[in-house]
Design a protein around this ligand. Sequence first.
Ligand code: FMN
Length: 186
Amino acid sequence: MEILNLYGSLNGQTEKVALEIAKVAEQAGHNVSTVNLKKEGVIFDLLKYDLTFVGSGVYTWLPGKSVKEWIERQLGYARDNDLILPGSPRVPGKFACVYCTYAGPHTGEAEAIPAIKYMGQLFDHLGISVADEWSVVGAFVPGKMQHFNTSGRLGNIEGRPNADDLKQVREKTAGLLSSLQECVVD
Ligand SMILES: Cc1cc2nc3c(=O)[nH]c(=O)nc-3n(C[C@H](O)[C@H](O)[C@H](O)COP(=O)(O)O)c2cc1C
């Protein structure tokens, strides 16, 4: 499969997940392009890829700035090229996996859900089916915010994503890739 592996990461937490995805997908023999969306102006022909991963940290229950701005650019490109059609008909063989890393300090996983859904809507509008949605716990990195890592709704999340979290990411990546193997359209 041709795989696009996109992520935005303010403090490197989402990048840890993105690198695990890349490792598993490459080991399984797929062509993987991994891109940190912090680069301004980057736009992709998403329909060229069989599977696109997009990940972001969560900031006020939405993706971070670099991912939100990228979605805006992709929407502009899609509108300019008439890629968003009434009913958003499915494009066979085109899939996305959207995920976030989040700390859920106030309301827990409820803070991750809108971020994931927001990212997924870009693909759904284009007819690219959202094959999976993941939320991975990611602790606050800035020193002055670390008290949230022991006082929030998720309890103690220090050190997350930890080795177990990243193992789960690898397992879910492998599972998703196998599940789509027969769906690729040449
Ligand atoms: C300034 C700031 C604001 C944050 N706001 C939220 C938030 O509203 N909800 C949440 O669940 N996590 C929040 N977090 C935690 C991050 O989403 C989490 O640490 C994530 O793993 C960071 O990923 P990144 O370093 O890849 O951007 C915040 C972190 C920072 C630094």
